[in-house]
Design a protein around this ligand. Structure first.
Ligand code: CDP
Ligand code: MG
Length: 659
């Protein structure tokens, strides 16, 4: 398909006219209609990128990278020249760059240095329907900026499916352009029974069945995560290898997920060899943000992996949950882009109608607001966080939770003003606790060690197969039944490192140090490094402290709603005292709920240190922190002034001058 055949092309002039007339425009069009790749180019050709750049945000890092590459190709320039990208820890832009694809988080961080986003003449908030946390925060902040910036800023929101009335009314009645899609018909086939539990096996069987019995056309299978996708790729590969030769056409199996190296991802955009069917097994990433051409069959298990945060307990849960009906429709639509297609839903019609919600709950309503509130407070916009103009409010519980944590981390003062430390934390592209630990580590003179630990904590897991060090030492099998695989020597070394008994963080550090022997002298570390590092962690994770229950080894978190939790079975050894009791205080990286509630990634703390930070956790006045107090004060003052003007003396005085 050439660029001019894309559905968006005939609307070029309408789009430009509308953008010229209005400061905010919403553009809605089917996935694949050309919004992400074409709108920025149209704007540039119309002269919008002369004074400043056109910035296009993406909720996902991968999308920013692949789309920038694609647009550079279309414009026949090298990536990083006229077209570039900026994502966390990586950028390819230059002074020549006119179109930048960047993640929504990166744009928010850029605002901390350049409040008015003066480098941009147009901002396109792409994939608005995904309602990612950062995009939602940008809605509110940019809505404000568009009104106040002297140099006009154009704001465009683009989306696949969207409640356009709600958006338009939130953005002061802005125009909404609808780009009709060129959807072919998609036949929907529901299964007779629900495959909630065995959806992986059902998806593999269905994909195989399509390959053996259906006409040519690529197949797109949705699964929930990398481990699952790898498993499905393996099973399908084995099943195909067992078939007699020449019993079916060639099949190319391609996994697609965000954590995959870019070069491997690029394979799904390359045309397949002649007569070969492609089977793409993808996460939710293929639902809207990446379009794979050639798909005729979709296999939809009806589930997605979703992170949910409960502010009251500070607990994060990662569960496979049913998708919404909007998502199911979107997934099915992926089969109808090249010709009539077919979507196999691995669930019944009743499940679709009764178990699935109409639309997805936006991330802002089910996530930890810590980072977002830190950003809002860092902007010089005098924002009352609790009363801010959100499209959908995160709710006061989540906001109060974030404010309290920011106070404990010294990012806010008691009146809710951002502190210098808070500003420095916001500037670091890390979650606030890690940022705070690093800043404290600089004071405790153990920054290199803290950086190592931060890097290792940021990786989902450092051991293979989701095993912890204890399981590795015992040579226990991983989640997929694979054995430990550590050599005698490896186990001996790990065993030695574990003897120190200071939990996960320190073990991680030790492992790294062992690996990079020529790094910092381990003697020095033994002498002073360990405890300094643990204290830095305490400063950064003072919002995630837990105290052991008297006389037994269960813990209770020290936040608003104290939650009972156990140390995660994958926790590295933590030394017990003579009575077999664990340390009184620990900090944890996450509180996770699976079958039970667990503290994960745990570091023991000395009681004396914790006693120093405990006062910070008491008597927190959230209203004052929000900034609401000042607003309310202002209201009181206005009320008082009003009373004054009703006072006959005050009223008569100006009247006298008029006479
Ligand atoms: O944003 P929207 O979903 O409306 O469409 P797009 O991402 O701009 O895609 C327009 C066309 O470019 C589609 O046919 C995509 O398959 C194609 N494309 C591509 O081939 N490679 C990319 N990296 C991105 C898009
Ligand atoms: Mg797009």
């Amino acid at each position: 398909m050439t660029v001019k055949e894309l559905p968006i092309w005939p609307f070029r002039q309408t789009i430009l006219d509308t953008v010229a007339k209005h400061s905010i425009t919403v553009i809605i069009g089917e996935t694949g209609s050309g919004k992400t790749t074409q709108i920025a180019q149209m704007l540039q050709n119309a002269g919008y990128a002369k004074e400043g750049c056109v910035g296009v945000t993406q909720p996902r890092r991968v999308a920013a990278l692949t789309v920038a590459r694609r647009v550079a190709e279309e414009m026949s320039c090298d990536l990083g020249q006229e077209v570039g990208y900026r994502v966390r820890f990586e950028e390819r832009t230059s002074r020549m760059t006119r179109i930048v694809y960047l993640t929504d988080g990166t744009l928010l961080r850029e605002m901390l240095d350049d409040h008015e986003l003066s480098a941009y003449s147009v901002i396109v908030l792409d994939e608005a329907h995904e309602r990612s946390l950062n995009t939602d925060v940008l809605f509110g902040v940019l809505k404000k900026l568009v009104k106040t910036r002297q140099n006009p800023l154009k704001l465009i929101l683009t989306s696949a499916t969207l409640d356009s009335a709600k958006f338009s009314s939130y953005f002061d009645g802005c125009p909404v352009l609808n780009i009709p899609g060129r959807q072919y018909e998609v036949q929907i086939v529901h299964s007779q029974e629900n495959h909630e539990r065995d959806y992986l096996a059902a998806a593999v069987d269905t994909a195989l069945d399509i390959h053996l019995h259906q006409a040519p056309g690529d197949v797109l299978v949705f699964l929930t995560g990398q481990a699952e996708i790898d498993k499905a790729v393996k099973q399908l590969g084995e099943a195909i290898a067992e078939l007699p030769e020449d019993s079916c056409a060639d099949l190319l199996i391609l996994p697609l997920y965000a954590a995959m190296p870019l070069e491997l991802q690029a394979r799904v955009f390359a045309p397949p060899p002649e007569g070969c069917r492609r089977l793409i097994i993808a996460t939710n990433i293929a639902e809207t943000s990446i379009t794979v051409d050639g798909v005729v069959y979709v296999v939809d298990p009806g589930v997605v992996k979703q992170k949910t945060y409960t502010p009251a307990t500070g607990m994060e849960s990662l569960h496979v949950v049913p998708i919404s009906r909007v998502q199911a429709t979107q997934r099915a639509g992926r089969a109808g882009r090249v010709c009539n297609g077919k979507c196999y839903r691995l669930y019944t019609t009743q499940f679709f109608e009764r178990e699935m919600s109409e639309s997805t709950v936006p991330e802002i309503q089910r996530t930890n607001m810590l980072t977002a509130v830190l950003y809002l407070k860092s902007l010089p916009l005098d924002i009352d966080v609790l009363a801010f103009d959100y499209l959908d409010s995160p709710g006061s519980e989540a906001l109060e939770d974030a404010l309290r944590q920011l106070l404990i981390l010294d990012a806010l003062d008691r009146d809710g003003h951002i502190t210098n430390l808070g500003k420095r934390m916001a500037a670091l592209p890390l979650e606030p606790s890690l940022a705070r630990s690093l800043l404290a580590a600089a004071d405790f003179d153990c920054l290199p060690e803290a950086l190592t630990t931060a890097a290792m904590l940021s990786a989902e897991t450092i051991f293979s197969g989701n095993r912890g060090p204890v399981q590795l030492l015992r040579n226990e099998a991983d989640a997929h039944g694979r054995q430990g695989g550590l050599s005698e020597q490896g186990r001996a070394t790990l065993g030695d490192l574990m003897k120190e008994g200071l939990g996960d963080h320190i073990l991680m550090l030790r492992l790294f140090q062992g690996w990079e022997r020529n790094g910092f002298s381990s003697k020095w570390c033994k002498e002073m490094g360990v405890d300094a590092l643990r204290r830095s962690l305490l400063v950064g994770f003072a919002n995630r402290l837990a105290r052991r229950m008297p006389r037994h080894n269960g813990y209770k978190t020290l936040n608003e709603r104290a939650t009972l939790a156990q140390l995660h079975p994958a926790t590295a050894r933590i030394a017990a005292d003579e009575d077999g009791l664990m340390p009184e205080f620990v900090i944890y990286y996450a509180l996770i709920a699976t079958a039970k509630v667990f503290l994960s990634k745990v570091c023991p703390m000395n009681t004396e240190w914790v006693e120093e930070v405990l006062p910070k956790l008491r008597n927190i006045n959230v209203e004052r922190l929000s900034g609401g107090m000042t607003t309310r004060k202002a209201a009181k003052r206005a009320e008082f002034a009003g009373q004054l003007s009703e006072n006959p003396v005050a009223k008569e005085a100006p009247a006298a001058t008029a006479r």
